[in-house]
Structure formats: C-alpha cells, structure tokens
Design a binder for this molecule. Structure first.
Ligand SMILES: Cc1cc2nc3c(=O)[nH]c(=O)nc-3n(C[C@H](O)[C@H](O)[C@H](O)COP(=O)(O)O)c2cc1C
Length: 341
C-alpha cells in the first residue's frame, strides 16, 4: 500500500506473524525504496515482497487536465494552497532504476500493478530467484501476465480499496469491473497460474470463500489500514468505521486513475468530471490533500478503502494475522463438516 501505509513496521509485523508483508515502491524514488528494504531486513528475516507501479503511457489530454485544474479553484481558495506541479515525478516513477536495484540485490517476491512487465524484466527476476506476481483485473490481463512469464497473478476484484490495477487505463476504459468471486473463477479457467485473491476481504470466513472459489492465497489491504503499524493518517484510520462515511466509490478525482475511496466531499464534487490523467492529477491534487490532512479535514483527503471498510479492526498487525488465521481455520472446519456424509 503506497502513500506511506506499507512502511517497514507494518510489513515487518505481518512477516513476523507468518504473513507475506509488502513494501510499496510506488510514489518513491529508487533510493527511497532501497532504504526501506534495508530497514525491513533489519526487522525480519522472513520472506517479504516489494510492489512496483508500471510506468504509464502519456494518454492524458492536456486541455482536460487544465479544465480540471480550473474546476479546483474553490479548493485552492479554501485550503489556501496552490495546486501541485503536474510534471513533478514524471510518468515512469524511476521504474528502471528500481528494477536494477531489485535484480542486483534480490528480494523474495516482486509484485506489479498498473500493467504487465516485459518478459525480459520477469526473466531477469527468475534468474535471481525472485518470484513475480502481476496484478490483474480481467481474464485477458491474466493471459498477458502468463505470456510475459509471471509466477502468479494477484486477482483484484472491483471491491478492492485503492487503485484498480487495470493494465491500460484511459478515457475508453471506464468499465464497471468484475466482482472478486466471479473474477477468480474466470481467471482459473483462463490461466494455470497460482491466484492471489484481493478485494473486500476482512474476515477469515471470506478468505475461506475465496480459497473455495479457486484462489491459492489472499491479499488484504483495508483490513490492515487501521493497525497501529500502518502509516495511514489517523483521520483515514478513524474514517474507516465512522458512520459518517457509509460507502465507497471508484473515482479518478484524486489521481486521474480509478481508485476506491470512502465517499467524501472532494470525491462527490470532483469525481463526476475528473479526466483519465494519471499521474498528472495525482501531482495536481497532492498539495490539496496534504493541506486537508494538516487542517484535520477528512472531507478533502483521499480516504482509500475497500468495500469491507466498516469491518476494519484496530489490532496490532501480527495479532490481526493470527485472528484471521484462526477465523479461516474455523470456517474451513465448518465447511468440511458441512460436506461430511
Ligand atoms: C491505502 C491503499 C493503498 C494501496 N496501494 C497499493 C499499491 O501501492 N500497489 C498495489 O498493487 N495495490 C495497492 N492497493 C491495493 C491492494 O493491493 C489490494 O488490491 C486491495 O487493498 C485489496 O482490497 P481491500 O483493500 O478491500 O483488502 C492499495 C490499497 C489501499 C487500501
């Protein structure tokens, strides 16, 4: 979870409890990513993963971005903060430099989102013994991941919090997405790769359901947002279970790419006309989101959350892994008993 959430303390606590903790390389420099890897190695000797954003093709319409910037004038006045620089950071996010570091000093697992890496990149990881996972949101994307040589796919349902990992985003690709259980079955019938299921999973019984539907493992985001080790802002953590925030929506309002967040004022007002322009809108709105957080205004922040947000538990991450494992064991036992003759 990029944006400071999955920092070494959270990933380390998950690993120590027997899960596979991930560091987020998105929005970070290559050196920033490497520093976190070194810190995490100091916290755990267990396997962990690093998640990379694929560089995005520049399909943004500059005129649409400019119109959006004008529409944000009221926010600029309200938060007394200028808009961010849309060119900051560029489109590739230091991707090649990150790949070079990860091949030079390998980590156990590397996962990708926002696209499918090249066969060359995946082969380079295979040569150094790193397992690769490509996030997919359709059976076609799963087939592309298999062709490129991925070891596994992370099957991300429409319920998932944060960005959808859709490979090619653009003005034409605003489809509604596929629910997790249906997507697991569709991918299972398309590729022979191991499936890691993600989206809306908050309890062990749901994990049992995903595994019964054909998944080999699961990936949880929102469930860990409220943990004390998570780097999420306190207002974000509180909002997950605050009855003021009753639902989530997929929106481009904050970053220009569809992502699921709690519906707040900013999303309601700007979501309907936000253009497909990632990462331009991410840079444009970042100063506003930071100002909202500074002034304690959750209505102006990007409150990323999956559809299960109300079931978030404020437990230490290691304890949460244990609780989920116990719930999964109980649900699996109940399923097995149910199927006994
Ligand atoms: C705050 C937040 C940040 C996220 N950042 C990333 C990311 O950097 N890379 C990625 O592949 N997925 C990211 N995701 C999506 C998760 O990998 C996963 O698909 C999602 O959390 C699963 O749905 P859930 O949140 O309902 O558990 C993020 C999700 C959240 C909630």
């Amino acid at each position: 979870m990029a944006g400071g959430v999955s920092a070494p303390p959270l990933a380390g606590a998950v690993c120590e409890a027997g899960g596979l903790g991930f560091l987020a390389a998105g929005y970070k420099t290559a050196d920033g990513m490497y520093q976190e890897i070194k810190r995490l190695r100091g916290l755990t000797t267990r396997p962990f993963g690093v998640n990379l954003f694929l560089p995005q093709p520049d399909h943004a319409d500059p005129a649409a971005v400019e119109v959006y910037a004008h529409q944000l004038a009221g926010e600029v006045a309200w938060y007394e903060t200028p808009l961010g620089d849309i060119d900051r950071g560029g489109l590739d996010d230091g991707y090649d430099a990150k790949l070079a570091i990860l091949v030079e000093d390998p980590v156990p697992v590397v996962s990708f989102t926002f696209g499918c890496p090249s066969r060359d990149a995946l082969e380079a990881f295979a040569r150094v013994g790193t397992l690769t996972v490509v996030t997919v949101t359709t059976p076609e994307e799963a087939a592309a991941a298999q062709w490129a040589g991925a070891d596994a796919v992370c099957v991300q349902g429409i319920e998932a919090g944060g960005h959808q990992g859709t490979h090619r985003d653009g003005p034409q690709s605003d489809g509604p997405g596929i629910g997790l259980l249906s997507l697991i079955a569709q991918v299972r019938e398309t590729v022979p790769l191991p499936i890691i299921a993600a989206g809306g999973l908050m309890r062990g019984a749901q994990i049992a359901g995903a595994l019964a539907a054909g998944a080999d493992a699961v990936q949880l985001g929102t469930a860990f947002l409220a943990c004390p080790e998570s780097g999420a802002h306190d207002l974000h953590k509180q909002a997950l279970t605050n009855p003021l925030f009753v639902r989530t929506e997929l929106t481009r309002a904050f970053t220009g790419r569809p992502a699921r967040a709690l519906v707040n004022r900013f999303l309601r007002e700007h979501g309907p006309y936000a253009p497909a322009a990632y990462p331009q809108l991410h840079h444009l709105t970042s100063s506003l989101r930071q100002a909202a957080a500074r002034t304690g205004d959750a209505q102006g922040m990007a409150l990323w959350a999956g559809q299960g947000h109300r079931m978030a538990r404020e437990l230490p991450a290691g304890q949460l892994v244990q609780v989920l494992a116990a719930e999964l064991a109980a649900a699996t036992a109940a399923l097995t008993e149910g199927s006994a003759p």
